[in-house]
Design a protein around this ligand. Sequence first.
Ligand SMILES: *Cc1c(COP(=O)(O)O)cnc(C)c1O
Length: 428
Amino acid sequence: MSRAASKAAFELAQTLIPGGVNSPARAFGGVGGHPSYIRRGEGAYLYDIDGNQLIDYVGSWGPHIVGHRHPAVIAAIQSALETGTSFGAPTEIETELARMVVDAVPSIEKVRMVNSGTEATMSAIRVARGFTGRSLIVKFAGCYHGHVDSLLVQAGSGALTHGHPSSPGVPEGCTADTIVLEYNDIDQLTALFETRGKELAAIILEPVVGNMGLVIPKEGFLQACRDLCTKSGTVLIFDEVMTGFRLAYGGAQERFGITPDMTTLGKIIGGGLPVGAYGGRSDIMAVVSPAGPVYQAGTLSGNPLAMASGIATLQQLKDAALYQRLETVTRRLVDGLVSAAKEAGIPAVGPRCGSMFTLFFQAGPVNNLTDAKRSDTTRFSKFFHALLEAGVYLPCSQFEACFVSAAHSDADIDATIAAAKSAFGKLA
Ligand SMILES: *Cc1c(COP(=O)(O)O)cnc(C)c1O
């Protein structure tokens, strides 16, 4: 496979854009080499500028659950375009998408649209703090909630001490009110709530984690978060930017039957256009400006093209059979990958939830970031490049989730398993 045009495009981009990319996850930093430059997407496929067809398991990092250029989504965007791109005044389709979100996710009684997942989590935290009058928040190591200052944080020296910035440019003061705990550790969380529960404004977490590779909540973990928050008046925020409309129409909270106080959404809700949203209990959302005193705003929030794209995408998802098929197809894929690795004598585990999964190169189990980090990333890099060479496009890091879309055919899955088998043969 030639990738010469992509290589040249990346070299040019690096002279003008920091690291050549507009978001670091695209730069192939974790696997080496240069990214593929994409010319177009169609269904389950990407086509790069060298003319290669790739089976896509990234789906723009989550949004494309119905595949690229779904006809209904494209038609909705085209039709919105006919009336204008932005007005800075309310439109009825904002209410229409709000209605769809409220109907899909019962814990959301009121919802505010923003332009990215980062904006959604940043705003949700401000609202939780404004509502409770408290400052401290809890996040879990390995959960990613966008590049919000107070969430770019790593654990302090002791489990219950305050976090430190994980990026230069974030002052200590921004992370001083964030406590970082290990995911899936109920004892640690309980100990924190026993001593400081009444100071905690919010817990924010990915109810199923996609951002350290796929990590599934242990039995009882989400319920423990719920119970501790209820007892201490802390706001439980499920960051469902990735899992919302992905793991079920009602997200991870529907799948696991746990009701958060607030939810953040993004990715699928924009159907490939820039949208985020945060919402929750009406008494909490009542503090949001102009209904209440907590300020949050956006020139392009509720943008008509983005709303049209989101609505058309969600309409496609009001279909239990679609989720059922995603489940079946993804299970077959992951089973195929894991057993192919096993046959080749390569230690690998494949945690899966709905149409998200990660193939971790290690014996497992993977319950938190410490576990995830035990993976053989050198082996992952080789596997990644072997699959790319065979026309299969995986996320370019061991610590990301793969996404299957409704456009992936049985033949795509077979081709992917076959490519993996041949790759494992060379890696063993
Ligand atoms: C992608 C993601 C975000 C950030 O969304 P952006 O649109 O990239 O700002 C936040 N939380 C989770 C769980 C995500 O997966």
